[in-house]
Design a protein around this ligand. Structure first.
Ligand code: BLA
Length: 548
């Protein structure tokens, strides 16, 4: 029997997933120059889908295929979308509507997509005179306009009025949610209802390139529960996360789809394949397709969740069968991602405001006590300082003075603080809940050396006067969907085995971290610092006057 081996994960990180030079076969792609309509690059399935050989299209004006009038619509839609921050959605006209009314785009909180895009309803006439309708998604990349053609489904034109009430109801449910978990729970239910995927989860990252946890789930019967499970960081490599911070949505229609290549494979100017960062048909990394096949999934879709422009998590959907979404349903999902992102930000803000007002009351009490103290007393332990931030210890360190015997500063922190205080900006909060990791220390060694994992400090000056708080380790038990230390294994025949889920659950405890410092705690530390700076300089002046 073959023995499983380690798989070199750096391969994943290096894969340029926006330059794979292919599209999913259900659609066709044409990239043309906006000024003269000349086609630069096409997908090799235009013959099948659009009735024209790929080689016949390249170097010729795209108007030969779609006509001058429809090309004018394309240019117009791009102009209408220009200047908008993120991908704009231009509604396809219902049949009979002659004017494609460009709907307003979304700018707030939208990831700055590679270029604004829109969807148009165009039609192509084949040689036998048959007219075939397409949904055409348009976006700009570098100096090109990229047109992505999807045959319009047989269910007829989209009617906004039929669709809107559902989205509105769904939004309403989001707004009623009290906290992040409830909000996500409502969102996954609504996305499942909207799309019909067999499993829909909300997945939240722990750190920008970290692992993540399923915090809400809607699934069909027969699928094992994933709620609460953690997934290894390498399941979604950094370059994919960067792409997802720029685009709201990605659809993988069929994990067994044979990718359709581009013509030319490499572009003349760049020597690279066409950049498909903003493409909806973009072909998918073979690693990820294998991942999906390994968890028994035939299709997937995910929507980005952003907070302050950073990827916070994803709504991830899986289908048992191949599945692609119409541009309208995609737009609705995108809209949902935006709405949920805004709602999550609002909930976080509200929670932070509540937390902050509690801390401010405690701060006022502490300050009242301080200003009543004798001038010399500022070097003494400040009562209530640690409690203010729910820390295990705190100190007002006077750099010039030798530590008093009662100084509670953990031994391992002094050197670190001295080093950090040399470079950390005066008056700015520095904090970490994983100091051992920063120092390259194993959690056990850190403990032996007296380095607590939680540290928050602010320097008053460059003389080593500073305020510092620290926290002990808080071991965090986690249930993993796969062993995070061995997320991938190579099987006996070279295949990569990446089982995930309840059957592969791996229990482990995260060590070397403290409870995280919250934004409100950082804010209140800064406020205390400002007050204390005033007190300190006043007292120094008083002492100097005494000495004189
Ligand atoms: C992409 N990996 C993804 C995506 C998800 C996950 C959601 C986005 C694409 C999609 O919607 O399918 C992972 N899916 C998950 C997780 C859950 C889920 C964690 O439902 C949990 C609930 N992946 C690997 C390894 C590699 C890898 C070892 O496990 C590399 C060798 C790569 N994952 C990988 C790549 C992408 C990806 C390259 C980008 C795919 C693309 O957009 O082209």
């Amino acid at each position: 029997a073959g023995v499983s081996q380690e798989f070199d994960l750096s391969q994943c990180v290096r894969e340029p997933i926006h330059l794979l030079g292919g599209v999913q076969s259900y659609g066709a792609l044409i990239a043309a120059r906006p000024h003269d309509a000349v086609v630069d690059t096409v997908s090799r399935n235009t013959d099948e889908l659009l009735g024209r050989e790929a080689a016949e299209l390249v170097g010729r004006p795209v108007t030969e295929l779609i006509g001058e009038d429809q090309w004018a619509l394309v240019l117009e839609s791009v102009e209408a979308a220009a200047g908008l921050e993120g991908p704009a959605v231009v509604s396809a006209p219902a049949s009979g509507d002659s004017a494609a009314a460009p709907a307003s785009g979304v700018s707030a909180a939208a990831p700055g997509g590679p270029a604004a895009s829109g969807v148009l309803a165009l039609s192509l006439e084949s040689e036998d005179g048959r007219v075939r309708p397409f949904d055409v998604t348009v976006h700009r990349v570098a100096e090109l306009l990229v047109l992505e053609f999807e045959p319009r489904a047989a269910d007829g034109p989209f009617v906004f009025q039929n669709f809107y009430p559902r989205v509105r109801r769904a939004l309403h449910r989001l707004q009623g949610a009290a906290d992040v978990t409830e909000c996500c729970a409502a969102a996954v239910r609504e996305v499942q209802a909207l799309t019909g995927y067999d499993r829909v989860v909300a997945y939240r990252f722990d750190g920008a390139d970290g692992p993540g946890q399923v915090i809400a789930e809607a699934r069909n019967e027969g699928r094992e529960p994933w709620l609460g499970l953690w997934f290894p960081a390498s399941d979604i490599p950094p370059q994919a996360r960067r792409l997802y911070a720029r685009n709201w949505i990605r659809v993988i229609g069929d994990v067994d789809d044979a990718t359709v290549g581009l013509l030319p494979e490499l572009r003349e100017g760049t020597g690279e394949p066409l950049d498909l960062s903003g493409s909806i048909l973009r072909t998918v990394s073979g690693y990820h397709l294998e991942y999906l096949r390994n968890i028994g999934v035939a299709s997937s879709m995910s929507v980005s969740l952003l907070h302050d422009g950073e990827l916070w998590g994803l709504i991830a959907c899986h289908g048992d069968e191949p599945k692609r979404l119409t541009p309208e349903v995609r737009a609705a999902c995108e809209f949902f991602g935006i709405a949920l992102s805004l709602q999550l930000a609002a909930v976080a803000e509200r929670e932070q405001a509540d937390e902050l007002s509690g801390y401010r009351r405690a701060l006022a009490t502490l300050l009242a006590r301080l200003s009543a103290q004798a001038p010399e007393a500022l070097a003494e332990p400040v009562p209530g300082l640690a409690e203010l931030l729910h820390a295990d210890g705190a100190v007002l360190l006077r750099g010039a003075e030798t530590p008093t015997p009662g100084d509670p500063l953990p031994a391992g922190l002094r050197g670190l603080l001295e080093r950090l205080a040399d470079t950390a900006p005066v008056g700015e909060v520095w904090s970490s809940d994983r100091v051992p990791e920063l120092l390259g220390l194993e959690p056990a060694d850190a403990q032996a050396q007296g380095v607590p994992p939680g540290l928050l400090f602010l320097p008053f000056n460059r003389d080593g006067d500073l305020l510092a708080w620290w926290r002990h380790e808080l071991p965090a038990p986690r249930e993993w969907a796969a062993d995070p230390a061995r997320p991938v294994r190579t099987g006996p025949s070279g295949e990569r085995l990446t089982p995930r889920g309840s059957s592969a659950v791996h229990r482990a405890t995260v060590r070397g971290r403290s409870a995280p410092w919250t934004p409100a705690q950082r804010v209140v530390a800064g406020e205390l610092w400002r007050e204390m700076s005033g007190l300190l300089s006043g007292r120094l002046a008083a002492r100097n006057a005494e000495l004189a």
